[in-house]
Design a binder for this molecule. Structure first.
Ligand code: WTA
Length: 670
C-alpha cells in the first residue's frame, strides 16, 4: 500500500500541539489513562454507567445480548425509554423550560445583509409543537409504534420537530436528503414501506426557491405504501394537492384542541428509532437501522466527551438532517443535553462568503462542528471574511465527514480558533451512529496533531489491520476495524433493513474468525496510538463529505438513452476532497461530442443528485474488465492520477486502458 497522505499532504506524526490554557476537561491526564484502561477492560460496565445518566422508564435487564443474527446486538435489553422525552419533556419540566432550544435562521437576507427571518424556540414551545405534530400523525393518520414514515424536508425547525414527533409515537422514520431526486426518494420510501411522507412546500437555496411537492408527487407514483402526505408551509406557495391524501400541517393543527398532547410511548431499548439509507459498494442503498437506547447512550457520551457541551453553550453544526450528522449531532445529541442549537437553512457562503462567520458572531456560537470541504472552500476566500467578525465566543471546533488535510486543520486552529480552541477530526460513519475516534476536550485534551483523528473513545476498541486481520505496525497503512460491539451500532432486528445477510456480509465477513466490524476505510496508527483515517478503501466516494456509491452514479448514467456502460471513479479535488469522473461507453448510433457530455452530466444531476454530477465524462469504446467481466476501476483511477497500474494479470484487454488514458489526456478535468 502507498504512503499515507491526505490530499497530497504528508501526515505530521511528530507534531504535538498542546493547549495549555484548556481548563474544561473533567478528568486529569492521569485519571484519563485509568479511565480509558477501565473502559476497555470492561466496555459493558463503562457503557452502562453512561446509560444510567439518561432517563429510563424501566431499567434494563442486561447490558449486551445477542439476537438470532450473529452481529445484531441488543443494548440494554428490557430497558424502556423515549427519545423525545429525553430531548424535550425532561427539559421542559425543569428550569430549561424557557431556555432557547433552537435558533433558526432562514436563507434570505435584507438590504443590509442581515437575516430576514430568525426564530428562537424554547424547550417549552418545542414540546408543545412536537405534541401537536405527534397528535396529527396519531389521530389523523393513525400512525403508531411499529409504523414507518418518511421525511423529505429542508432545514427548518419543523423538520427536527417532525423527527421528535415520530420518536414520541415510536414510529420509525427515514429522512431522505432533500437534494435527492424523486427516484432516490421513491426507492427509499418503497423499501421502508412508509405510510406517510412529511415534506414542505419548498425552501430557499442560493437565492432561488426550490419546490418539493412536484418531486414528492413523482415519487408517489412508485410508492403504493404511502397513504398520506403532510406539507409544511415554508414558502407559502400553492402546491398541487390530492384530495383526501395531501394535507397542510397548519390546517390539521388548527383542528386540534388547543392543548393537544401525546404521551411519549415507552419503547424498548432495541426499538428502531430510524432507518437511514447510505451508499455502499454495490446494489441499492443500505437501510441502516439505529435503535433507541444504545444510540441515545452513544450520543450522550459523545456530546460530553467530544464537544464538552454545557448549559451555557450555543452549538452549531451546519449539517443537513438528510445525513447522519444531521441526525446525531443536530436533531438529537445536543437536544438530549438541553443545549441551545443553531440551525441555518442556506448555503454557508451565500449571499456573501462570510455568512457562516456572521452567524457565529450573531448568536455567539461556542461549539462549531464543521467539515473539511467547507473549511477549504472558505480558505479560498482568504482571511478577510473571518477577520471581519468577532469569533471570540468559539471554544471548541470539531470536523467530520472526510479526512482533514493538515493545512485546513491549521487554518481552523490558528485563524478561526485564534490558537485557543481545541480542533479535532471526529471519525465515524452512518453505521456507527456516533463518533468513534476523536479528540476529547470534554474528558481530557491530549496533544493535538494536525489532521489526526486521535484515539478511539472510551469503551471502543479499534485497530488497524492488514488483509488477514492482523495488527499492522505503527506508520503502516491498513484497514480500520472496530473489534467489539458498541452502543449506537446498527440495531435490531436485522442491522440492515430487511437484509440481515447483506449486513453480515458487508461488515462482518471480511476477516473470517474475527468479530471485527469492517468500516471500509484506510487508516494508519502512529507511535502514540493516534489514528489517521486516510480515505475509503472501497468503491464509496466522499464528495464534499457526502457519501455516494460509484454504483449509484453508474446506474444513473446508464439509465440515459445514449449510455450502455459506465464506470465511475473518484479523483482528488483540492476543495471537495474528491470528485467523481465517469468513463462511458455509448450505445450504437450515438456519437461522442461535447453536447452529449454535458447532457450526461445534467442527467446525473437531475435523475440522482447535483452532488453526484461527474466533473468530467470520458467516452470510450470499452471499459477495462477482468476476464470474468468485473470492471477494474482501480486501473481507471491509476490512469487519472498518473500512477502505475500495478497488477494487470486479470485484465482482459489492455487496449481498454490505453484508450482510457488517451481520452483522459486529451480532455483532462477542469
Ligand atoms: C469518512 C459521516 C476521515 C470515512 C459521519 C467514513 C472521515 C465515511 C471522517 C462515513 C474523519 C467521516 N476523518 N474520514 N473525521 N469522518 N469520514 O456514513 O471514510 O456519511 O467511512 O458518515 O466518511 O461517511 P458517512
Amino acid at each position: 500500500m502507498s504512503e499515507p497522505e491526505i490530499l497530497g499532504e504528508s501526515l505530521p506524526f511528530d507534531e504535538r500541539i498542546e493547549l495549555s490554557g484548556w481548563k474544561h476537561a473533567s478528568v486529569s491526564a492521569d485519571d484519563y489513562k485509568a479511565y480509558l484502561a477501565k473502559s476497555l477492560a470492561d466496555p459493558e460496565a463503562s457503557w452502562a454507567a453512561v446509560a444510567k445518566e439518561l432517563h429510563w422508564f424501566r431499567h434494563w435487564d442486561s447490558v449486551l445480548s445477542r439476537d438470532i443474527y450473529p452481529h445484531v446486538y441488543h443494548w440494554f435489553e428490557g430497558g424502556l425509554l423515549n427519545l423525545s422525552y429525553l430531548a424535550l419533556d425532561r427539559h421542559a419540566s425543569s428550569w430549561r423550560r424557557n431556555k432557547v432550544a433552537l435558533i433558526w435562521e432562514g436563507e434570505p437576507t435584507d438590504e443590509k445583509g442581515g437575516p430576514r427571518e430568525v426564530r428562537k424556540i424554547t424547550y417549552g414551545e418545542m414540546l408543545r409543537d412536537v405534541n401537536r405534530i405527534a397528535s396529527v400523525l396519531q389521530r389523523k393518520f393513525g400512525l403508531r409504534k411499529g409504523d414507518r414514515m418518511a421525511v423529505y424536508m429542508p432545514l427548518i425547525p419543523e423538520a427536527i420537530m417532525t423527527l421528535l414527533a415520530a420518536a414520541r409515537l415510536g414510529v420509525t422514520f427515514t429522512v431522505v436528503f432533500s437534494g435527492f431526486s424523486a427516484e432516490s426518494l421513491a426507492s427509499r420510501v418503497a423499501d421502508l414501506e412508509a405510510k406517510v411522507i412529511v415534506t414542505a412546500d419548498g425552501t430557499y437555496r442560493r437565492g432561488k426557491t426550490v419546490l418539493f411537492k412536484e418531486i414528492v408527487d413523482k415519487a408517489l407514483e412508485q410508492t403504493p405504501s404511502v397513504k398520506n402526505v403532510v406539507l409544511i408551509r415554508r414558502l407559502g406557495v400553492p402546491c398541487p394537492m390530492k384530495e383526501g391524501r395531501d394535507y397542510f400541517l397548519d390546517e390539521l393543527v388548527s383542528e386540534l384542541p388547543a392543548r393537544a398532547t401525546v404521551e411519549p410511548e415507552k419503547v424498548e431499548s432495541g426499538h428502531p428509532l430510524y432507518v437511514l439509507y447510505t451508499s455502499g459498494t454495490t446494489g441499492k442503498p443500505k437501510g441502516i437501522i439505529h435503535d433507541t437506547g444504545g444510540y441515545a447512550t452513544l450520543l450522550h457520551a459523545t456530546m460530553k466527551w467530544v464537544f464538552d457541551i454545557r448549559d451555557d453553550d450555543v452549538y452549531w453544526c451546519p449539517a443537513d438532517i438528510g445525513w447522519v450528522t444531521g441526525h446525531s449531532y443536530v436533531a438529537f445529541g445536543p437536544l438530549i443535553e438541553g443545549a441551545t442549537v443553531v440551525i441555518f437553512e442556506g448555503a454557508l457562503d451565500f449571499p456573501q462568503p462570510d455568512r457562516w462567520w456572521a452567524i457565529v458572531e450573531r448568536y455567539g456560537v461556542s461549539i462549531f462542528y464543521t467539515t473539511p470541504t467547507a473549511t477549504r472552500a472558505q480558505m479560498k476566500f482568504g482571511e478577510e471574511p473571518v477577520r471581519k467578525h468577532d469569533l471570540s465566543s468559539l471554544r471548541v471546533i470539531q470536523s467530520v465527514g472526510e479526512p482533514i488535510n493538515p493545512s485546513a486543520w491549521r487554518w481552523l486552529f490558528t485563524l478561526v480558533g485564534n490558537s485557543s480552541c481545541p480542533v479535532g477530526s471526529t471519525w465515524w460513519m452512518t453505521e456507527t451512529g456516533g463518533v468513534m475516534v476523536s479528540s476529547l476536550p470534554g474528558l481530557q485534551l491530549i496533544p493535538m496533531k494536525p489532521g489526526s483523528n486521535g484515539l478511539p473513545i472510551p469503551g471502543v476498541k479499534a485497530d488497524i489491520v492488514d488483509e488477514n486481520g492482523a495488527s499492522v505496525a505503527p506508520g503502516k497503512k491498513g484497514f480500520l476495524v472496530i473489534e467489539t460491539p458498541w452502543p449506537g451500532m446498527p440495531g435490531p432486528p436485522t442491522g440492515m433493513y430487511g437484509d440481515p445477510e447483506r449486513f453480515e456480509k458487508q461488515y462482518y465477513s471480511r476477516f473470517p474468525g474475527k468479530d471485527y466490524f469492517f468500516c471500509g476505510d484506510y487508516a494508519v496508527k502512529d507511535m502514540d496510538g493516534y489514528i489517521w483515517v486516510a480515505g475509503r478503501a472501497d468503491e464509496v466516494l466522499k464528495v464534499a463529505g457526502h457519501r455516494l456509491g460509484t454504483y449509484e452514479i453508474e446506474s444513473a448514467i446508464v439509465s440515459h438513452r445514449a449510455a450502455s456502460e459506465a464506470a465511475v471513479v473518484a479523483i482528488p479535488d483540492a476543495i471537495k476532497g474528491e470528485v467523481p469522473i465517469a468513463f462511458v461507453v455509448l450505445r450504437q448510433g450515438h456519437e461522442p461530442d461535447e453536447n452529449l457530455r454535458k447532457e450526461v452530466r445534467k442527467w446525473v444531476r437531475e435523475s440522482f443528485s447535483p452532488i453526484a454530477e461527474p466533473a468530467q465524462v470520458f467516452f470510450v469504446n470499452k471499459l477495462p474488465k477482468t476476464r470474468s467481466g468485473k470492471i477494474m476501476r482501480r486501473l481507471l483511477r491509476a490512469v487519472a492520477e498518473g500512477k502505475p497500474l500495478g497488477d494487470v494479470a486479470t485484465l482482459e484487454d489492455e487496449t481498454s486502458v490505453s484508450e482510457a488514458k488517451k481520452a483522459y489526456e486529451e480532455l483532462g478535468v477542469k
